[in-house]
Design a protein around this ligand. Structure first.
Ligand code: FAD
Length: 283
């Protein structure tokens, strides 16, 4: 595939708690940097639980691994003063992209205490504070956000984020390309024109994936679930099957017009690399 027509590729990490975890994250990032991705991103614990770790990881990936890196920033539980402080730090460090989210407070942290309640308000805030400095990414939910009142409401709420000034969106992961195409078609009818990049979750471990998917509202199709269950502890077979399922879905997404792929790496290089390679996107 020629470089100029390659779909956008990005890789997401989470900040780690230990030095050993951080070293592994850097090694993973260096391996993935060889793919010349458009950007990396690093998650943020809503309520500020990873504030310093996210900040340090973003600055290190950006300056040392030399891939433009986007911090995730969430508004629940953070005051405007705290958000402004972070925005200024990122802007002064030359960061140009931000993933703007509402976030989910960890259980036990009580009700949201931030001044901004929804991601569209955070997008407005970032624009009012920093103008056009940042390229703003927002989240999209082809299978509907789990707390949305209904699908129509969720579509309108997504449109508010684009109207507030978001430049592009990354979806929650899913295992069914049709829900992505339907979502894109519906929001285009609402006048939303920003690129919507599918978020891709490689399949590497069934029990973790099942737990995670229940919480975030991603449906694992019955035929995939049954097959993964049947493999039990046979990790090699799970990974081989997972790679095939995800690569086929990605192929369909790209053939159907998806502008790129954003990989939820969970700080591992191989699963995402295997999918890029199967798609002929490897550098
Ligand atoms: P919103 O867009 O604000 O939507 C949240 C809910 O409120 C939806 O049900 C929506 O329909 C409704 N809603 C939205 N706007 C309004 C409004 N104005 N009035 C009434 N209802 C409204 N979480 C983290 O904590 N840290 C991360 O780093 C992180 N990274 C993520 C990256 C991606 C690509 C994705 C897809 C999700 C990520 N999340 C992260 C999870 C995300 O924070 C949760 O899914 C959260 O519950 C919703 O965030 P949001 O930005 O989509 O919220």
């Amino acid at each position: 595939m020629s470089t100029s027509h390659r779909p956008s590729i990005s890789f997401e990490f989470f900040p780690t708690k230990t030095d050993a975890g951080h070293e592994k994250l850097l090694a993973t990032a260096r391996q993935l940097a060889a793919q010349q991705p458009d950007f990396f991103s690093c998650t943020y614990g809503a309520g500020g639980s990873t504030r310093d770790r996210t900040l340090n990881t973003v600055l290190q990936l950006d300056s040392e691994v030399k891939v433009p890196t986007a911090p995730h920033l969430s508004c629940v539980g953070d005051s405007k003063t705290e958000l402004r402080g972070l925005l200024n730090l990122y802007r002064d460090a030359g960061i140009r992209r931000i993933v703007a989210l509402r976030g989910d407070l960890p259980s036990g942290m009580g009700l949201a205490s931030g001044e901004l309640r929804f991601a569209n308000e955070l997008v407005e805030f970032i624009r009012s504070e920093t103008g056009d400095h940042f390229h703003i990414e927002v989240a999209a939910y082809p299978e509907m956000h789990p707390q949305a009142r209904n699908f129509e409401d969720d579509l309108s709420n997504f449109a508010r984020k684009a109207q507030a000034g978001a430049d592009s969106a990354i979806t929650q992961y899913f295992f069914n390309a049709d829900c992505y195409f339907y979502f894109v078609e519906r929001v285009r009818k609402l006048g939303v024109e920003i690129p919507i990049v599918p978020g891709i979750m490689p399949i590497t471990n069934y029990s973790k994936l099942a737990r995670f998917s229940d919480a975030c509202g991603a449906e694992i199709p019955r035929w995939v679930r049954k097959q993964l269950e049947a493999y039990g502890d046979d990790i090699e077979s799970i990974q081989a099957f997972g790679e095939q399922v995800i690569a086929q879905m990605c192929e369909k997404l790209l053939a159907g017009g998806a502008p790129g792929l954003h990989f939820y790496t969970l700080n591992q290089a191989e699963p995402s690399l295997a999918i890029c390679s199967a798609l002929g996107l490897s550098r």
